[in-house]
Ligand binder design. Structure first.
Ligand code: F3S
Length: 417
């Protein structure tokens, strides 16, 4: 491939992967047949390249790190687009620029024409991209990578725009990091003294543990309830937010960890670190230390993008009610799930209350919030962590119910139960 038998674009992609692998001391490449990357996100830099040289050049520069004039062929392996900007249906609903939508639509046409599926979500595993256990994959998006590694048992490093672009055209990535079994065993053992059985508590536990282990691999035990897929989505996103965790294990529950011993491979089981009610309170207070005013003008739910069960819960909390004047509620979900929730009436319920169900993106990704927004509330540890820094606004973190209550009253009354 590097020598050009499959064309210049594939050669450039392979050249990048070999350089990348050599930089990492990888012994070889491995085959992948599932790539989740990004080639459609609108950016000023991309706009400039496209205006001057066209979409092939933009893909070459941004997705292959190549200055050559390449003609980009169809992707060699199944590839999907992760979250990007908002779509045309958000215009007039939220303050988002029309020219970004246009750029994205042009990018989508280019990418779709080359076989990229526009799933447009940070949760591709919720909408049809579900790798199998043991499969080597090349994914971006920290919350998706940790879910793939830990919940599904597929094998991915946290890839980047260029390496996923190159993987799409070659079906290869360097065989290093999380692709090697010896790098997938636990490094730290946590035992929760607190019963973990709510969406909020899975997020708090993840946020606390991620802050301690940073990029290592925690094994989670103790008073753990049986998490739903939605809970695990929140747990993983929180672990990858306060730290850079890419793999966690729950013995007897997640793949590759049938027992505590197996979770650590051939290494001795380390001394356990307790997660106490004080730790829980500290995590909660850290996530709430950006909040001072109780006047909430924005509530954001669905980070990572909401599941159908989350949309159902939000709809039932809003049923027959009306949002506080001056407070907006946005629910982020994959476009495919919104269409299901449209059919079952949940979207109509949320909209009747004044809420907005948005797709494709999120405020953190698109740097977009309601005009004049100063204080927001969320049930997502990840969004509470990032959005104050990105948009310079205050944040409150709490349960979904407390957030919906804030949307209905305009006032934050959350507290740790
Ligand atoms: Fe998804 Fe945005 Fe959260 S991309 S994980 S909703 S920060």
């Amino acid at each position: 491939m590097r020598d050009g038998v499959e064309g210049e674009a594939v050669a450039a992609a392979m050249d990048l992967l070999i350089r990348y692998g050599e930089g990492l001391d990888a012994e070889r490449l491995c085959e992948v047949r599932n790539v989740a990357g990004t080639s459609t996100q609108p950016t000023p830099a991309k706009q400039k390249i496209v205006a001057e040289h066209g979409w092939d050049k933009a893909f070459a520069v941004i997705n292959l790190d190549s200055d050559q004039d390449l003609s980009i062929p169809s992707m060699k392996v199944p590839t999907c687009q992760l979250q990007h900007g908002f779509g045309a249906d958000a215009i007039g609903t939220i303050p988002y620029r029309q020219e970004l939508v246009q750029q994205q639509e042009d990018a989508e046409a280019f990418a779709s024409d080359r076989g990229i599926n526009i799933l447009a979500t940070c949760t591709p595993y919720q909408v049809g991209n579900l790798p199998v256990r043991g499969e080597h994959i090349a994914w971006m998006e920290s919350s998706a990578v940790i879910y793939a590694n830990s919940v599904i048992g597929a094998k991915s490093n946290c890839e980047g725009t260029a390496s996923t672009g190159a993987a799409s055209l070659t079906g290869r990535v360097p065989y290093w990091g999380n692709h090697l079994d010896e790098n997938r065993y636990g490094t730290h053992l946590f035992s929760s003294e607190v019963r973990i059985d709510s969406f909020l508590d899975w997020g708090l536990f993840g946020y606390h543990v991620g802050g301690i282990v940073q990029e290592e691999r925690p094994v989670l035990t103790g008073e753990l309830g049986l998490p739903t897929a939605t809970d695990l989505k929140h747990l993983g996103a929180a672990l990858a937010t306060s730290g850079g965790v890419e793999i966690f294990r729950m013995p007897g529950f997640t793949p590759e960890a049938p027992t505590l011993e197996a979770a650590f491979g051939d290494q001795p089981v380390p001394t356990e670190i307790a997660y106490t009610s004080e730790d829980r309170r500290r995590a909660y207070e850290t996530l709430n230390d950006q909040g001072s005013s109780d006047d909430v003008d924005f509530v954001l739910l669905g980070c990572p993008h909401a599941s159908l069960e989350q949309i159902r819960e939000i709809a039932s909390l809003l049923d027959g009610k009306t949002l506080h004047e001056g407070t907006e509620l946005w629910v982020m979900t994959p476009r495919a799930l919104r269409s299901v929730a449209q059919r079952n009436g949940d979207i109509a319920t949320i909209q009747a209350a004044g809420g907005k169900v948005l797709t494709d993106s999120c405020p953190a990704m698109s740097r977009t919030a309601p005009k004049g927004c100063q204080v927001f509330a969320t049930d997502s540890a990840k969004q509470a962590h990032y959005l104050p820094a990105i948009l310079g606004i205050e944040a409150w973190f709490g349960t979904t119910r407390e957030c919906v209550e804030a949307a209905l009253t305009g006032t934050w009354r959350g507290e740790l139960a």
